[in-house]
Design a protein around this ligand. Structure first.
Ligand SMILES: Nc1ncnc2c1ncn2[C@@H]1O[C@H](COP(=O)(O)OP(=O)(O)OP(=O)(O)O)[C@@H](O)[C@H]1O
Length: 490
């Protein structure tokens, strides 16, 4: 195919090209800047080129899909397309008629990150990265779309650390239970059913389970510094190994360093029968739970802590000890009385144990009993029956029921997860603010993390990160939390 060489300084749709980023099978991507405000962009040129008829048809189909889905993609984890134009430049034949897709610019791709990774070790921030990615996938599936080409090269990492799913050239819309795409894809990430399918006039059939399979492969790569779950020197050999597993000839052999929870999640994604692969929404909830420490019963803490200390001492360099997504290693025990709420604090006696338990479950030092107590007092004045129906906030921690559902923990051990139960609401709050704290650290948002967490609980981690600190509209609430925090010795 004729390459689309775009010179530095070239102007397209108000964006000035500043240099090449990379090339894919069908197009080239360049860095650029907006002439209006200097903001960085990436511009993908899909060439008009002189192609063989079959190639031309495929390119036209990919371009049509890319334009269609890029324009409609509207989610924080899907790359945003700012403009789509057809280049008109009769003086440059190779460019005249090319389609230029102007997108927000990422810092690098997951593919690049994996190339530099140490085999066997999880990438830093692996758990939150996979969770964010899965949120984007769940959004697409919720709309009835299948991405169709999920692979590390199509997962982009932004300057603020957030993740975007990109490249909608093979994205398609479900018609009933199936969709159709041209018979293309990354051999390393296509599911086993892809290999055995005959391509009909509309291409090959696709279901959301294909994306879930690809996610399982990708999760294995992210959690093991790039190792593919199926062994082989080439993508085709790995594809054959995946097919042998699907036929029951060989068992699934995931990297043995993977902790049990992650191993089970990946194995579920790599189920041979695509009907039993988990859906992306459930997967997101499982991912969240995997990289936030679960609450523990008080009488088990001593035993678990001894075990954790032994494990930490035995595998200090294994990499897993630092994986944010790994729950099994509990934090070290608090020294007697350390972190406990002052005896004379106005925290109701019945709430002290769940508050201290919630804080202990989080390895982040900012998430102390004093902070959780201060947040609860500012939220509801410690009233388990509090309700603000106008804003859909209920219970002692003022949970919005739909948000609570995604994070819910059973704090009182009655087998139910109920935001009107104070222990359930408090333990879930601890779980959520622990994740918030980790997200804010990962995004590098500057400021006092306790303030940021209190603000994030009222808004979201993204709102706080975008504001670069406490957003003005929650300032007075955060000040209240800080006042109570000081009273509780925090
Ligand atoms: N919005 C973006 N910001 C920064 N880099 C990008 C952006 N979009 C794509 N890239 C990078 O540009 C390069 C080419 O991307 P492109 O989507 O054309 O191909 P690919 O996904 O690498 O391969 P293929 O076309 O075979 O799927 C890749 O390295 C990709 O990470």
């Amino acid at each position: 195919m004729e390459p689309t060489d775009v010179p530095t300084g070239y102007l397209v749709a108000g964006y000035r090209i500043t240099g090449p980023i990379g090339a894919g099978a069908w197009g080239r991507v360049y860095a650029g800047r907006s002439e209006a405000d200097g903001s960085p962009v990436a511009v993908k040129f899909l060439p008009p080129g002189r192609l063989a008829p079959g190639q031309r048809r495929t390119l036209a189909e990919l371009t049509r899909r890319e334009i269609r889905f890029s324009r409609r993609a509207d989610h924080p984890q899907l790359i945003r397309t700012l403009a789509v134009v057809t280049v008109r430049d009769p003086d440059r034949q190779a460019l005249d008629g090319a389609v230029a897709l102007v997108m927000e610019r990422a810092e690098r791709s997951l593919q690049q990150l994996l190339q530099d990774a140490e085999p066997g070790r999880p990438l830093p921030g692996a758990g939150p990265l996979l969770t964010e990615l899965c949120t984007g996938l769940a959004h697409m599936h919720g709309k009835g779309w299948v991405h169709g080409d999920l692979k590390p090269g199509n997962v982009l990492l932004m300057a603020d650390g957030s993740v975007r799913l990109a490249d909608f050239g093979l994205t398609t819309e479900l018609e009933g239970t199936h969709a159709y795409i041209p018979p293309l894809g990354s051999l390393d990430h296509v599911p086993p059913e892809w290999w055995s399918q005959r391509s009909g006039p509309r291409g090959v059939q696709l279901r959301p389970g294909a994306d879930v399979w690809a996610f399982g492969v990708l999760a294995h790569q992210v959690l093991t510094g790039g190792l593919h779950p199926f062994l082989g020197a080439t993508a085709r050999a790995r594809g054959l190994a995946a097919q042998a597993y699907a036929r029951g000839v060989t068992p699934l052999r995931l990297d043995e360093r993977l902790p049990a929870g992650w191993r089970a999640l990946i194995a579920d994604c790599l189920a041979v029968d695509q009907a039993v692969r988990p859906d992306a929404r459930r997967l997101t909830a499982r991912l969240r739970a995997l990289h936030t420490p679960p609450p523990r019963r008080r009488n088990r803490i001593g035993r678990l802590t001894v075990l954790a200390a032994a494990l930490l001492a035995a595998v200090p360099a294994a990499g897993w000890a630092r994986l944010p997504g790994q729950a099994p290693l509990p934090p070290p025990p608090p020294a007697a009385g350390a972190g406990a709420l002052p005896a004379d604090a106005d925290v109701p006696a019945a709430l002290r144990e769940p508050i201290e338990r919630a804080a202990r479950a989080c390895p982040e030092p900012e998430i102390s009993p004093a902070l959780i107590a201060a947040m609860l007092k500012a939220e509801s004045g410690f009233d388990p029956a509090a309700a603000r129906p106008a804003t859909q906030e209920y219970g002692i921690a003022m949970w919005t029921p739909s948000v609570f559902k995604a994070w819910a923990q059973d704090g009182d051990g009655d087998g139910r997860k109920d935001y009107m139960s104070a222990p359930d609401a408090i333990i879930t709050m601890g779980n959520y603010v622990c994740w918030l704290d980790q997200q804010l650290k990962r995004r590098g948002t500057g400021g006092d993390l306790r303030e940021l967490v209190a603000a994030g609980y009222r808004t979201s981690d993204k709102t706080v990160a975008d504001a670069g600190g406490v957003p003005e509209r929650v300032r007075s609430h955060v000040d209240l939390v800080l006042r109570y925090l000081a009273q509780y010795g925090g």
